[in-house]
Every structure is written in C-alpha cells, then in structure tokens.
Design a protein around this ligand. Structure first.
Ligand SMILES: [Zn+2]
Length: 111
C-alpha cells in the first residue's frame, strides 16, 4: 500500500507532513487529544515531552491502571484513525471536518 504524503500537512498547513507530525505534533491532533483526554480522564499527557509517538503512548499508558490501559489503547487507535480520515477527506473529497467534529466522533465511538 502506498501512502501519499503532501509537502505540507493539510490539517494545519504549517509544516511537512510526517507520521510523527500527524499523530503527535500537529495542532489539529493536539486539540483533539486534549479534548478527548479530558473526558477520558487521563492524566496530563506527556505528548509534548516524549521523543516519539511510541514513547508518548508508552508514557501516558504507564500512568493508567488495569482496564484503563486497554481502553486507552483503543482510544489512541481511534484518534489516529479519525485524524487520518480527516486528512484524507480534505485531500480527496475537499471536505473539512474540524477538531471538534473529530473529537465528537471519538466520544461517540467510545462512550
Ligand atoms: Zn499539521
């Protein structure tokens, strides 16, 4: 499968699009994550200080207990998927779905 990467991130139009940017550094993703984290009840995120997406995921997950770890894994996967689909909608269908709409879809999927 070939993944098309545009020169600039279509969600923020600020920097080159990379996987790390889309999953962790993009202001769009951060806004979604901040909102979702609040209703999920996750502690303050290490998203800003982690060295990579993998590190961030492990650091935040380690601070949860029991079934919350599994729920967190599902939530993170859904956020990544939703951001990716939002990106694709902008590129291929010329439809903008803002951060609040993506956040709401994450909430609807996991409540
Ligand atoms: Zn971006």
């Amino acid at each position: 499968m070939t993944i098309l990467m545009k020169e600039l991130c279509v969600l923020c139009n600020q920097v080159s699009e990379t996987i790390d940017h889309l999953c962790r550094a993009c202001p769009f993703t951060r806004k979604v994550w901040d909102s979702v984290r609040l209703w999920f009840g996750a502690p303050h995120s290490m998203i800003s200080t982690a060295a990579s997406v993998d590190d961030w995921w492990k650091l935040d997950r380690a601070r949860l207990i029991g079934d919350r770890k599994r729920d967190f894994d599902g939530l993170i996967n859904y956020i990544f998927w939703s951001v990716w689909m939002g990106r694709n909608r902008r590129i291929f269908q010329h439809q903008d779905k803002d951060e609040d709409a993506v956040t709401f879809s994450c909430y609807e999927e996991h409540r």
